[in-house]
Design a protein around this ligand. Structure first.
Ligand code: NAD
Length: 479
C-alpha cells in the first residue's frame, strides 16, 4: 500500500509520464521504518532507446529557444518548487530519511540554482578576436554541447539533480537524468515543475533502472555528447572509461574524506560543537562532510571532550518527527558498511569514545560514533566513511597537520580553525581540496563553484564556472 503523502512514481520520457504497466519495478523503502513507500518503474531497453531519440530531437528545439525564454521557464519552475516546497520536502524525508527541516532547506537551495542559472543563460557571450590578416573577422562562439546523460545519487535528491539540470538547461542542452533509485520522487517532483513551467517536450527526461545497464546504454550512444555523474570514486572511474571510449567530456563529483585542522589558537568550543553538527548532518552521508578531525596536541583533549558531548546530545529519530537532528542511514547496505568499518578499526586497536553500533529499532539507524587512536592500517583511515563516524587524531606542527590532511587521493572538502591570519593563509594555500572552509563548516553557496581535485573528481557545478562544462567553443573566421 502506498503512503498517503508519497507520490506515484513514473518514468518521464518524450513528454509522457509513464507508469509501471508491464515494466519491472523496484521497491522504494522508507529508511526510518523499513516500510515500502511505492514501486518504481524501471526503464526497458525500448524506453531508453526512445529517451535517446527524444533527447536528440529536442536538443535543437531548446538550443534555439532564446535565452530570455529559457530563463523565464527556469524561473517559473523555481517558483513552482518554492510553492510546493512543503510537499517536495516531505517526499524527500520519507524516501531519504533526513530531517524535514533539512529537506525544506534543500528544496529552497535547489530552486536557488534554477534562478541563478536562469540568469547565466543570458550571459553566454562570445568574443571578437582581432585578426592578424587584413579583412578577416574572427568570432569565438560558445554553444550548447549537446544532449547530456546525468546520474545523481540518493543522498541529496533535490540539490544534485538541480545543480546539473539548471546549468545544462541554461546552456541549451537536452538532458536524460537518472536519479538514485532509492529516492526517486523528489527528482520527479522537480521535473513536474519544469514540465508545468513550459519546458518543451523531451528536453528533460527521467529514467530509472539497473544503474550499470542504464549508464552503459546512455553513455555509449552517439546521441549523448556530455556525461555528468555524482557518486563514488569506483563508479566515477568506470563511467569515465565509458565516456572516454566515445571521446565525451565527463564531469565528476565523487567521494571525499574531509580533514579538519584545528589549531590550538582556534575557538575550540565552536570548532567542536559545530564540528559534531556538521559531521552527523545527513547522517554523515555527505561527500563534503568533515570526517578526520586533526587537532593540535595542546587542544586535543578539550576538543575531543566537547565533540563527544555535542555528539551525545544529538536527537536521533525519524526525520518526520519535529526536533530530529539525525535520521536513519539510507539503506541496509550503508548500515553494514558502518558496522564493518567500526569493527575493523576496533580490532586493530581503535577506541570507541561514543556510539559504534546499530540502534535497536526498526529502520536503518546507526549511533553517531566517535573513534580515537585509530591506527593507520585501519580501513577507515583510507576509505570514505559515508556515514556517522568521526575520527579524532592529534598533530603537532602545521607541516604534520597538512601532511595528514593531504595524505589521501581524495581532495573534495577541507576545513581549518585558527585565529591566526598567517596560519589561515598557509593552510588555505597548502590544503589540497576543491572547497575549503576556514573557521566555518558552511562552504556551499549557489554563486561558488562546487567540485573536487585529485580522485574526488573534476569539473565545477554552481557559480560562474558551472555553465562551462555544458558549452563548447567554436570559432568562425570570415574573410
Ligand atoms: P554506489 O557507488 O553503488 O552508488 C552511488 C550512486 O551511483 C548511486 O546513486 C547509484 O545509483 C549510482 N551508480 C552505481 N553504479 C552505477 C553505474 N554503473 N552507472 C551509473 N550510476 C551508478 O554506492 P552506494 O552504496 O549507493 O553509496 C555509497 C557510496 O557512494 C559512498 O561510499 C560514497 O562514496 C558514494 N556517494 C557519493 C556521493 C556524493 O555526493 N559524491 C553521493 C552518494 C554516494
Amino acid at each position: 500500500m502506498q503512503t498517503q503523502q508519497y507520490d506515484s512514481l513514473y518514468l518521464f520520457i518524450n513528454g509522457q509520464w509513464l507508469s509501471a504497466g508491464d515494466r519491472e519495478t523496484s521497491a522504494v523503502i522508507n529508511p526510518a521504518n523499513g516500510t515500502t513507500l511505492g514501486r518504481l518503474p524501471l526503464a526497458t531497453n525500448a524506453d531508453l532507446d526512445q529517451a535517446l531519440i527524444t533527447a536528440g530531437e529536442s536538443f535543437p528545439v531548446w538550443r534555439n529557444t532564446v535565452p530570455d525564454d529559457r530563463a523565464r521557464i527556469m524561473k517559473k519552475a523555481a517558483a513552482l518548487m518554492r510553492e510546493r516546497a512543503e510537499h517536495i520536502a516531505t517526499l524527500m524525508t520519507l524516501e531519504e530519511g533526513k530531517p524535514l527541516s533539512e529537506s525544506r532547506d534543500e528544496v529552497q537551495r535547489a530552486a536557488d540554482y534554477f534562478e541563478w542559472f536562469a540568469e547565466e543563460a543570458r550571459r553566454i557571450d562570445g568574443r571578437v578576436v582581432p585578426a592578424n590578416r587584413p579583412g578577416v573577422q574572427q568570432l569565438v562562439k560558445r554553444q550548447a554541447i549537446g544532449p547530456v546523460a546525468a546520474f545523481t545519487p540518493w543522498n541529496f535528491p533535490a540539490i544534485t539533480p538541480a545543480r546539473k539540470l539548471s546549468a545544462a538547461l541554461a546552456a541549451g542542452c537536452s538532458v536524460i537524468l537518472k536519479p538514485g533509485e532509492e529516492s526517486p520522487a523528489t527528482a520527479l517532483a522537480l521535473a513536474r515543475c519544469l514540465d508545468e513551467a513550459g519546458l518543451p517536450k523531451g528536453v528533460l527526461q527521467i529514467v530509472f533502472g539497473v544503474p550499470d545497464k542504464v549508464s552503459s546504454k546512455l553513455i555509449t550512444s552517439p546521441i549523448i555528447r556530455k556525461v555528468a555523474f555524482t557518486g563514488s570514486v569506483p563508479v566515477g572511474r568506470l563511467l569515465s572509461e565509458r565516456a572516454a571510449a566515445g571521446v565525451k567530456p565527463i564531469s565528476l563529483e565523487l567521494g571525499g574524506h574531509g580533514p579538519v585542522l584545528v589549531f590550538e589558537d582556534a575557538d575550540i568550543e565552536e570548532a567542536a560543537t559545530n564540528g559534531a553538527a556538521n559531521r552527523f548532518r545527513g547522517t554523515g552521508q555527505i561527500c563534503i562532510s568533515s570526517t578526520r578531525f586533526l587537532v593540535q596536541r595542546n587542544a586535543y583533549e578539550r576538543f575531543v571532550q566537547r565533540f563527544v558531548e555535542a555528539t551525545e546530545n544529538l536527537v536521533i529519530g525519524d526525520g518526520m518527527e519535529p526536533g530530529t537532528q539525525v535520521g536513519p542511514l539510507a539503506n541496509e547496505r550503508q548500515l553494514e558498511k558502518m558496522a564493518a568499518l567500526v569493527e575493523d578499526a576496533v580490532t586493530q586497536g581503535a577506541t570507541v569514545l561514543t556510539g559504534g553500533k546499530r540502534i535497536n529499532r526498526s529502520g536503518f539507524f546507526f549511533e553517531p560514533t566517535v573513534l580515537a587512536n585509530v591506527p593507520m592500517s585501519a580501513r577507515i583511515m583510507h576509505e570514505e566513511p559515508f556515514g556517522p563516524i568521526a575520527i579524532m587524531r592529534p598533530f603537532d606542527t602545521i607541516k604534520d597537520g597538512l601532511e595528514e590532511a593531504n595524505r589521501l587521493p581524495y581532495a573534495l572538502s577541507a576545513y581549518a580553525f585558527t585565529s591566526s591570519a598567517r596560519t589561515a593563509l598557509d593552510v588555505g594555500d597548502g590544503l589540497e581540496a576543491g572547497m575549503i572552509g576556514i573557521n566555518q563548516y558552511r562552504i556551499i553557496a549557489t554563486e561558488l563553484p562546487f567540485g573536487g581535485m585529485k580522485e574526488s573528481g573534476h569539473g565545477s557545478e554552481g557559480g560562474r564556472e558551472g555553465i562551462a562544462p555544458y558549452l563548447t567553443n567554436k570559432f568562425i573566421s570570415q574573410i
